[in-house]
Write a protein that binds this ligand. Structure first.
Ligand code: TMP
Length: 195
């Protein structure tokens, strides 16, 4: 049985829809479960939104996402101490993939740099579900949204996609083909969480 799992993928991969359905299913089955997400609604989370909307400096963006997670991590740890199952829609791997892409031309090995920043400071998920989809397809899924953000461009999402695939070589990850039927994707996650 997993206690803390995160849902990751590029914009338009379907992870928010899937995490909500997994949450509802586990709740109906009588499990004590929390669905949470990043960026959070806290005051730091609001600064994160500003960073995204204004296209802030990539270092400021990386520090702000990380700061939001340090606070969020404390809350997640409390839920875990209360023996709840915690589902998180985006977590540290989003920073490694997205800010890793933003910092690519600015520092050497940005993903390692970002990981070092968080090391021993945040709870680590038992499993991370990575919903894999080609950026060209995911962009088609979201292109009719009114509030597209600067990250939602194919050229940028290609870099994020590459970073996710490299990260997914780690044991923590389960790669899932995001083009499968929603019910199948939900089922895969539920079976894994309860196993
Ligand atoms: P959302 O669409 O899942 O709410 O996330 C908002 C955007 O923020 C999305 O494009 C992914 C991006 N993001 C990062 O760049 N770094 C992070 O650490 C997180 C959590 C999200």
């Amino acid at each position: 049985m997993k206690h803390f799992v995160s849902f990751e993928g590029i914009d338009g991969s379907g992870k928010s829809t899937i995490s909500k359905l997994v949450y509802e299913h586990l709740k109906i089955k009588g499990h004590e479960v929390v669905l949470t997400y990043e960026p959070t609604d806290s005051w730091i989370g609001k600064q994160v939104q500003k960073c995204i909307e204004t296209g802030a400096n990539p270092f400021i963006t990386a520090f702000t996402f990380t700061a939001d997670r340090f606070e969020h991590g404390k809350q997640i740890q409390k839920w875990l101490d209360e023996k709840k199952i915690v589902l998180c829609d985006r977590y540290a791997e989003s920073t490694y993939a997205y800010q890793g892409a933003q910092l690519q031309e600015l520092i050497k090995d940005p993903v390692k740099w970002l990981k070092d920043l968080a090391k021993n400071r945040i709870p680590i998920p038992d499993k991370t579900y990575l919903f894999v989809i080609e950026p060209k397809i995911s962009i088609k899924r979201i292109q009719n949204r009114d509030n597209l953000i600067p990250f939602e461009r194919v050229s940028f999402l290609e870099k994020v996609h590459e970073n996710y695939l490299k990260l997914a070589k780690g044991e923590q990850f389960m790669k899932i083909d995001a083009t499968n039927k929603i019910e199948e994707l939900v089922d895969i996650c539920i079976k894994d969480i309860l196993s």
